[in-house]
Design a protein around this ligand. Structure first.
Ligand code: SF4
Length: 357
């Protein structure tokens, strides 16, 4: 809380356990002004908040403290109403991990199918949830799912262990295969900028990404935020980006031990272009038999063509520093302890644990 003279730290806010106790003020939105997915009318929603997984670089667990979800049937009815009354076509899930409970998720999918509305659903989830749900992926498709962003983060087992992702390279690959078999696009996120990376790691990563064969790739730079456990691991690393607004995963912020920033950028951009412009990817963009997926791939490609050169030009225009401080000196002490206290406080006030898993 900020007063006129100082910033004062207040106690953690009370956890909203029942997300249905509050309604979204849809009447405040002029839906005609919001589009996504290539000009289609769209809204951003949350079916759930939080995530039960402990990935060290991610702040979601600390921020939302525990996983909770909305009533799946009421939620499906709300999406259907947005379609019928406001012409909404695309539902963009802002959830960190909406599929935590298979039982609840299946109820939601069946309820939305029963509403019989022509919606496009896009969002993020974990690869192991997709593999777990192999038998109900046809329900995902019938409900309208068109793309999942899968946070693979790395194709290197040691890195996955370091960030405590709790994933395996086999599961990640299988999730992409299953999504494709069910007519759903996959976008893989891949994180670079870990301290010990060398050219050979990028080369190996590129080959593995090609073997995974995702439809779309989203490259990110590792970014140690103060409220994540990863901050502690990166405290002594050298900062090369002094503009805090750019600590957004899309800018290089840390020096790596064995590679200059320009070479990291080169690999980053090269991997993007190889993944998206290889013959297989081009065939999916231009010859896809499913008109909905063809539209999605073409729209994503158009966006990528604008972003790709823009990021290179921005890198050239705004030079990175060579003499930056360490992460700890730049940001101050980590906030992991405060986040952990908030999680414990929330758990004490609601000791029932995960209600739906
Ligand atoms: S990275 Fe994904 S799975 Fe891991 S804690 Fe964050 S939201 Fe959960």
């Amino acid at each position: 809380m900020a007063t006129r003279s100082a910033i004062r730290e207040t106690a953690p806010a009370r956890l909203i356990r029942d997300l249905d106790a509050y309604r979204i003020g849809w009447e405040l939105i002029d839906h005609a002004r919001y589009s996504y997915w290539g000009g289609l009318r769209a809204v951003v929603v949350q079916f759930s908040r939080g995530c039960p997984h402990p990935c060290t670089y991610c702040g979601q667990r600390g921020f939302w403290t525990r996983w909770r979800h909305r009533d799946p049937v009421r939620f499906a009815a709300e999406l259907a109403r947005l379609h019928r009354e406001h012409g909404v076509r695309v539902i963009n899930f802002a959830d960190e991990n909406p599929t935590v409970s298979k039982k609840v998720w299946r109820t939601f999918l069946e309820a939305l199918i029963a509403e019989n509305v022509d919606l496009i659903l896009v969002g993020s989830t974990r690869a192991d949830d997709i593999v777990r749900d192999a038998d109900i992926l046809p329900l995902y498709k019938r409900a309208g799912w068109e793309r999942f962003l899968l946070g693979l983060e790395s194709t290197d087992t040691a890195t996955l262990d370091l960030i405590r992702k709790g994933a395996t390279t086999t599961t990640d690959r299988e999730a992409i295969r299953l999504l494709r078999a069910n007519g759903i696009l996959s976008m893989a996120t891949w994180v670079v900028g870990f301290e010990e990376e060398r050219d050979r790691d990028y080369w190996r990563g590129l080959r593995q990404l090609l073997a995974y064969d995702p439809d779309q790739i989203q490259m990110l730079y590792v970014t140690p935020h103060r409220w994540t456990p990863y901050f502690r691991l990166a405290e002594e690393r050298r900062v090369i980006q002094l503009d805090r607004r750019r600590w957004d995963y899309k800018h290089q912020v840390l020096a790596t031990r064995h590679m200059p920033p320009w070479r990291v950028l080169l690999w980053f951009k090269l991997i993007e272009v190889i993944l998206q412009a290889r013959p297989k990817a081009l065939a999916r963009i231009y010859l896809n038999r499913d008109p909905r997926l063809r539209h999605a791939m073409r729209w994503y490609t158009r966006m990528g063509r604008r972003v790709w050169p823009h990021e290179i030009l921005a890198w050239l225009r705004d030079p990175l520093t060579r003499t930056g401080p360490t992460v700890a000196a730049f940001w101050g002490r980590g906030q992991e302890r405060e986040e952990a206290m908030a999680v414990r406080a929330a758990a004490r006030s609601h000791p029932a644990g995960r209600e739906a898993a």
